[in-house]
Design a protein around this ligand. Structure first.
Ligand code: DGY
Length: 419
């Protein structure tokens, strides 16, 4: 195995807490949902058993209604805000009260299909199928109450792309009155100019307080939220995860689960066309409260490649966007169109490159037969690691590593791309 692989492995081991892995020391000291699942992809290259454990630990904290929370607070740590005392979700092991992009079934299928100890992997995966299915069902029940076939996120943190320009318009409709005084911790760990603005945080906290005041009852939260955004990236991940769940369920003889997952996919595929923007030549978000598309060209609108969404012509246009953005920066793929005046190359999700997003794009491009562009994104990802190590994210114009260092999911994805 190469030196780069060994470095990636040591980052994963350094952040391993036994049954779950923290994203990075200091900034993120607990288990995060999609971080953990994507981490399993890397772990499987040196410890298959451990990779399954990572996902099982997360699922052990699933809510009775089916939601898999975005953070599990396994330990106390004053270095993070907002901690369990703010969320107050009443779970036996404290968790946050919102969710995150459901990459779990996508990862699980890959684990099963590529592992060495197949029978063991199949047994462990079989036990997780009903849980993954309950989570996917929860999405369409709770986040698509009118049965449109597309789910909304109710908090920017749910998207995983926290302070994307995609949310600016919808966040403007979130008040800040009554936000309890708070002290951020993120900016004590990393440069404040690489993190979300205070005005965003105030709104993040307002939403948390609002949902908490409703007892985290998901049957009420959607309609009570002033922030309801249909993100093409998030929905594409869910559709892909349902396809993978269906495939895995067929393989493991769980045909009922396969059928319901396939039905969800068919309905969502039909609804998806609504998110196409002629103006941008890509998919964009829908602000469900305002009932209109959001004028923001982010990488979330390129992720539908992952589920082979759109026509072949539209997929070609998405690949063209990737090439255009790469031509405007030194490294791809920026999290936002660099030509947009709102683009900020160092501020978290308003411009920086994220290796995990590159990976999802690479997979999607290959699926759509766009291998040349996929190869370019692989090359950029490797160049970033060589230049700046396993950072949380990177400035696409300079390649500088930003945010947390020795970052688990960056290392996991590089291990995956190297093997
Ligand atoms: C944070 O605290 O920045 C996280 O992204 C929220 O999940």
């Amino acid at each position: 195995r190469s030196a780069a692989f060994e470095r990636a492995r040591s980052v994963m081991l350094e952040n391993d807490r036994g049954s779950y892995t923290i994203p990075t020391k200091g900034l993120y000291p607990f288990q995060w949902n999609w971080d953990s699942c994507l981490t399993a992809l890397g772990q499987r290259h040196f410890d298959e058993d451990r990779a399954f454990t990572e996902i099982e630990t997360l699922l052990a904290h699933q809510w009775p209604d089916g939601m898999v929370p975005h953070i599990v607070f396994h330990v106390d740590d004053e270095g993070y805000f907002p901690g369990p005392g703010v969320w107050r979700t009443g779970r036996p092991t404290p968790t946050s009260g919102i969710t995150q992009p459901p990459v779990l079934a996508f990862v699980l299928r890959r684990l099963v299909e590529t592992c060495r100890e197949t029978a063991k992997a199949e047994d462990r995966a079989r036990a997780m199928l009903p849980k993954a299915n309950a989570w996917h069902e929860w999405f369409y029940a709770m986040r698509d109450p009118k049965g449109e076939g597309l789910v909304a996120i109710l908090h920017p943190w749910e998207s995983g792309r926290d302070n994307s320009i995609d949310w600016d318009e919808a966040l403007a409709g979130v008040p800040t009155e009554g936000v309890e005084p708070y002290v951020r911790r993120d900016t004590t760990h990393v440069d404040a100019s690489h993190r979300p603005h205070r005005s965003d945080y105030d709104r993040y906290m307002w939403l948390v307080q609002r949902f908490r005041s409703l007892g985290w009852d998901n049957a009420q939260l959607h309609d009570a939220s002033p922030f309801q955004v249909v993100d093409p990236g998030f929905n594409a991940i869910l559709i892909r995860a349902d396809e993978d769940l269906a495939s895995l369920a067929r393989r493991l003889g769980a045909s009922e689960i396969a059928e319901v997952a396939e039905a969800r996919v068919a309905k969502a595929r039909k609804a998806f066309a609504r998110l196409w923007s002629e103006k941008h030549g890509q998919f964009v978000c829908l602000n469900r409260v305002a009932g209109k598309l959001v004028d923001s060209a982010s990488v979330g609108g390129l992720l539908p490649l992952l589920a082979g969404l759109g026509t072949a012509q539209q997929q070609g246009l998405l690949a063209k966007r990737i090439r255009e953005w790469r031509a405007r920066s030194r490294f791809g793929v920026a999290s936002h169109d660099p030509a947009d005046p709102r683009f900020e190359p160092k501020r978290y999700w308003r411009g920086p490159v994220w290796i995990i997003v590159n990976y999802l794009l690479i997979d999607g491009l290959r699926r759509c037969g766009l291998d040349d562009v996929a190869g370019e994104v692989v090359a950029d990802s490797m160049a970033l690691i060589e230049e700046s190590g396993f950072a949380e994210y990177y400035d696409p114009t300079t390649g500088e590593g930003l945010g947390g260092g020795n970052f688990t999911w960056t290392a996991a994805i590089i291990a995956e791309l190297l093997t």
